[in-house]
Structure formats: C-alpha cells, structure tokens
Design a protein around this ligand. Structure first.
Ligand code: NAD
Length: 418
C-alpha cells in the first residue's frame, strides 16, 4: 500500500502522523487504518486544445476517511501534483476538520498541469472533463471539492455546473468557494488569509509579542497570501516582504499593501512594484522579521535552510511548508511553528458555512461569516495552546493530536463494518 503513495510530501505527512500517534498511544489497528486513504481515484482527462490537438492530463481524487461526514478538500492544478502529494493533503484535511470540529472527513484532488499554459477555454474543458471523471465519488453528501493552488471560484462554477447538468437540477452544495451569485458564501474568498491573520494575532499574544509594528514576510501572493497581507496590514503589522513564483520584493519600512494589491491585479507579479528591493524566494525565507508566513508551495523550509531562518515565529499559511527535519531544527532553535492545520483552517471553516448555506438555501451576511470564523479560530488556537502546555508538546503535535484523536474516537464509536 505504502508504495502507491511514496513521495516526499506523503513521507513527511506520515512522519508527523506517527509522532502524534505515539504521543497519543493510539492502538495499532487505528494507526494502520488512518495512515492510508480510504479511497483513491486516478483519472485520465483528454482535452481538445485550442490548436486542435488532443492532450491527456492525469487527475486524482483521494478520500482519506469518511468517518465524520462527507469528505472535504481542495482541487489543485499544478505540474507537481501526483498521488503522494494529493494523499498527503487529503490526510492533512482529515486532521484539520477534526481539529476544527467540522462534520467532514478529509479529501483532496488535483490535476498534473500548469494552468498558466492553458487558455480559459482549455481550462474550462479540462475542469469539466475532470469533474465528469470523478463524478461517481463526489456530491453534497459524499465529497465536496473547493479551490486550492491553481484553481479559483471560476473553476468551482464549472465544476458545479457540470455536476448539476448531469444530475438535472442545480446543486450548489456540491462545491464550495464558488462565486457568490451562484451560491457561494460571502467571505469565502478572504477566509483562509483572514484566518491566518487572526492566528498570527493569537500567536503573537501567546508568545508575549506585540502585534502593532510586527514585521511580517509572506511567501506566495495568491488567494492566501494577499488576504493575509491585507488583514495583517489593517491590524497594524508591517508587511516587509512578499513574493510569488517569479520572485519577491522587500522594503524594511513596510510595503503599501493596498497599492501593491492593485498593481499585482493589473500586472500579475509583485516585482513590478518599484519602491522596494528585489529578492529571491530563498532570500525571503531567511529574512530578519517577526513572523514568516509561507503561503505558497510545500517543503520550502527544509534542513538546508532551517538553521538560516531569522524570523521569531513561523505561521504556516501553505499546506506542508516545513519538513519534519526542519521542524526539529526550529524547535531546537526556539522558533515556534504554528502548523498548517491550525493556521490555514479558515478556508475549510467558511467552506463548511457555505455548504450549510447551500443545503438550507439561506444565505448569511459577511459580518456573520467573519464573526463566526474568528470565534471558531480563536477557540481552536486556545484549545491547541492549552494542549501544548498541558502535554508539553509543540503546537504542531498538540494540533495533530487533537485532530487525529477526534477521527480515531469517532471510528471506535462507529465500530467495524460489516
Ligand atoms: P494560489 O494559486 O491562489 O496562489 C499561489 C501563490 O504562490 C501565487 O502567488 C504563486 O505565484 C505562488 N507560487 C507558486 N509557486 C511558487 C514557488 N515555487 N515559490 C514561491 N511562490 C510560488 O494558491 P492559494 O489558494 O493561495 O494556496 C496557497 C497555499 O495555501 C497552498 O499550499 C494551499 O494548499 C494552501 N491553502 C489554500 C487554501 C485556500 O482556501 N485557497 C486553504 C488552505 C490552504
């Protein structure tokens, strides 16, 4: 079984998982069952390209477990997507939903493709074919996809339409993160980034550091990175560096985030902003700052650079940005890491609100969404930091232990089928 998922991303997720299970003293059969996904699907998606030729893309949907409810997890379009990465992300979603006490199991999907190389028409055809291929295992009561790296509300609109046309009626609750006009939730677009910012506020308070003026560096300026930057700058932090896949920018006095957002919307890359110094993504990771927020790809903090980090704290906006050996080095150096399943849970929390709104066809105000989000995230941070002190473990282990235990206890109560 393990060979099917073998990859740096899955191996890393399993190292963390095994450590948390050991601390929990989880029974062997439960450890074995939850180490691997419940169900995986690999699909071939042939697409007619604009020039007339046909290209075949490989897609995946992995459902880690369905114990607590239907599965929930994003869809990623990126050239590095493979079975191991998708399985690791699906597993992380299980622990994240457990930690947030949401009635969902973890899932993830993706297509191995560079979305920047495809036209809008090609992206629509790919999304519709991928949705058609995974149709047997998705649905409002089975598995509810959402956006992740390389996908966005438009992708979700195409997925929702493809599913609804096949069913014969409009089914908004089959995906979350869709545009508001077709049943999306107000605040879903901002949710992950705003949630990261709420957690930065809690973490600074927890470690007795000041929020106003705190210097923040953010890797990735997409959905998560931009809304994290916006909220933190509104809260009074100084965003000193940001980056995207083309490189980064730095200004020790702080970047004007709103101006930068407007410019990036027009020109597509942060280095178009001139009142700053150009830096590489590697340099951003090792900048002298109070909070480092990786909010792009996985495994960017590794044993090669962990000794060079000069931040006071890492808050993981991305999924899986810190390898286990780097995590050990940071712990030795006394640099706390707020783990992904806590820091970026805002997305799945508001996805839950969106799913509930879709099922009830009753829509909430933005104020209600943000106030419920903040309340739930604050509750999660308090619970994890309490567990951290009580069990004398890292924030990562505390969060994982809570999330894994929720799923394991539910499994025990439900018993074995048949
Ligand atoms: P996105 O596609 O909107 O943005 C990704 C950003 O990262 C872009 O600015 C891109 O240029 C940059 N990037 C890509 N490759 C890079 C590289 N090698 N180095 C530096 N920057 C690079 O994606 P997103 O939705 O913001 O997701 C970012 C991360 O957050 C992912 O790890 C994702 O799994 C995680 N996440 C997203 C959500 C969500 O709701 N969107 C929720 C939870 C976690």
């Amino acid at each position: 079984m393990f060979d099917l998922f073998k990859s740096p991303a899955f191996d890393n997720a399993v190292v963390y998982y095994d450590r948390a299970c050991e601390l929990l003293g989880l029974e062997d059969w439960l450890r074995e069952r939850l180490r691997f996904p419940q169900r995986t699907l690999v699909v071939s998606c042939p697409i007619r390209m604009d020039e007339g030729e046909i290209r075949v893309f490989t897609g995946y949907r992995v459902q880690h477990n369905l114990t607590l409810g239907p599965c929930k997890g994003g869809v990623r379009y990126h050239p590095d997507v493979d079975m191991g990465e998708v399985a690791s992300l699906a597993m992380g979603m299980s622990w994240k939903c457990g930690l947030a006490e949401l009635p969902f199991g973890g899932a993830k999907g993706g297509v191995s493709v560079d979305p920047m190389e495809l036209s809008l028409g090609e992206l629509e055809r790919l999304t519709r074919r991928y949705t058609a291929e995974i149709l047997p295992i998705i649905g409002p009561n089975k598995d509810i996809p959402a956006p992740d790296m390389g996908t966005n509300p438009q992708t979700m609109a195409w997925m929702m339409d493809t599913y609804s046309m096949t069913e014969g009626y409009t089914t908004p609750a089959v995906v979350t993160g869709k545009p508001v006009i077709i049943g999306g939730s107000l605040g879903r677009e901002e949710a992950t980034g705003f949630g990261v910012a709420y957690i930065v506020e809690d973490a600074l308070r927890h470690f007795k550091k000041s929020l106003p003026g705190a210097k923040v560096a953010i890797q990735g300026f997409g959905n998560v990175g931009t809304y994290t930057a916006q909220k933190l700058s509104e809260m009074g932090c100084s965003v000193v560096a940001v980056s995207d896949m083309y490189g980064g920018i730095y200004n020790s006095s702080g970047l004007p985030v709103h101006e930068l957002l407007d410019l990036v919307r027009q020109k597509g890359r942060v280095q178009e902003f001139k009142q700053s110094d150009k830096i590489t993504n590697d340099e951003l990771i090792t900048l002298d700052c109070d909070v480092l927020i990786p909010a792009a790809v996985g495994r960017v903090i590794t044993k090669e650079n962990a000794n060079k980090l000069r931040c006071k704290m890492v808050v993981e906006g991305a999924n899986g940005p810190t390898t286990a050996d780097a995590d050990d080095i940071l712990a030795e150096r006394g640099i706390p890491v707020v783990p992904d399943i806590l820091a970026n849970a805002g997305g799945v929390i508001v996805s839950y609100y969106e799913w509930v709104q879709g099922l009830q066809e009753y829509y909430w105000s933005k104020d209600m969404v943000f106030s419920e989000l903040q309340k739930r995230m604050r509750g999660m941070f308090n619970k994890v930091s309490y567990f951290e002190l009580e069990k004398a473990v890292s924030l990562r282990m505390a969060a994982l232990m809570f999330g894994i235990n929720q799923v394991a206890q539910a499994k025990k109560l439900r018993g074995l089928y048949p």
